[in-house]
Design a protein around this ligand. Structure first.
Ligand SMILES: [Zn+2]
Length: 71
């Protein structure tokens, strides 16, 4: 009887460990969106993702107005 109990505990321990490892993998894969390159506006210095910025040469701006003001 105690052998069966030990087996159940072993199975539970393996299942718990596997679940823990899977959760760690998910956490490692999650911050994909945060890995996007961030740039600063050349006029006001706002920090924004490159995909939302307006690029001009090697400079970036948060909006068309700031690109115009920066000349
Ligand atoms: Zn700006």
């Amino acid at each position: 009887m105690s052998k069966l109990l030990l087996l159940i505990l072993a199975v539970l321990a393996v299942w718990w460990l596997a679940k823990g490892f899977r959760r760690k993998d998910a956490a490692r894969d999650a911050p994909e969106a945060a890995a996007e390159k961030m740039v600063t506006c050349g006029h006001c210095g706002l920090y924004l993702p490159q995909s939302e910025a307006i690029g001009e040469g090697d400079r970036f701006f948060c909006c068309a107005e700031h690109r115009r003001l920066a000349g």
